[in-house]
Ligand binder design. Sequence first.
Ligand SMILES: CC(C)(COP(=O)(O)OP(=O)(O)OC[C@H]1O[C@@H](n2cnc3c(N)ncnc32)[C@H](O)[C@@H]1OP(=O)(O)O)[C@@H](O)C(=O)NCCC(=O)NCCS
Length: 299
Amino acid sequence: MAAGCDGSHHAPPVEPHLIPEDLSPGDAQEGTRDWSDVSVHSVPHSDDPDFALAYERLWLEFGTRGEMETRKVIEERLAWDPAEPVSLPKGGKAALYYELLMLRRGGQVAAMRDHTAVVRLGPGNRPLAPVVVHLSHAFVEPAHRGTGLIAWVRSLPLQAARRCAAEAGAKPGSPILLVAEMEPPDPLDVPRMARLRSYGRASFQKIDPAEAPYAQPDFRPPEVLAGSKARAVPLHLVVRRVGRESEETMPASEVAAIVDSIYAVYGVHTPAAALDPLRADAARWLARTARFRLLPPTA
Ligand SMILES: CC(C)(COP(=O)(O)OP(=O)(O)OC[C@H]1O[C@@H](n2cnc3c(N)ncnc32)[C@H](O)[C@@H]1OP(=O)(O)O)[C@@H](O)C(=O)NCCC(=O)NCCS
């Protein structure tokens, strides 16, 4: 590791890059094409010029649908340090690494995405497998849709997983799970069905929602929540089990890792009153099934 100008020994920040081996089996063919005009920038903090650009673009797409966090929350997530894990209510801790990526093609903004890698830590801060990456938003500019760029957008979070694992002291090669919370299929909702098909092509599978009735917490502000009953949002968990994409079931321990990791991410900004009932529900349904069925995202 090189010493910095100030004599410190921090590793220089490494921009994520396109790693063909990280493409999902369904996307592997993109690795054979020329992508040398694509650059990836990991936005380090909110003063970076790409922060405002990425946030505004994501807000335009997702904010109006109530699917985007406030600017303040995103700024705070960017400041998370996986070397300083957060405490979890059931005991243990979690190392969190949030990343906001900007992709350019031929110098033009082409796509952006954000996600959080989570390494749960057991007694003595021992890293627990698997590393879970909670996928928040993915956006491909209309001119770049259908070009295959999405394959890279969906594989870049693997690098965040490895970085978080390394910073949390995990051994190299920890298994990685990517997870997105998706709305249930609705044949009348054309863009939603296209999204789900696209995830399916990229080797993502849905955990059978009959066995895993996952719900996202009510994100409305505490002053609104105080005067009404919390409304959790039932969503489907759509996962890529890296390296094990063709298996048809997954163990309850991995589903539990996913739920604990997502709630660890939300727990930083969401009051325990909104999350604790969901954690209790999840504990009940997780105890009912040993191996969870995996289905196509569109099922
Ligand atoms: C979802 C999204 C990231 C997928 O990227 P993509 O490059 O379009 O992905 P795909 O190439 O797999 O195509 C998805 C569908 O859009 C269609 N499509 C292809 N080119 C397109 C274009 N230029 N414009 C619109 N749709 C297009 C594809 O044909 C496909 O539909 P199909 O299953 O009927 O073939 C992108 O469409 C997007 O940014 N949408 C808005 C934001 C969003 O919904 N994000 C995902 C939720 S986090």
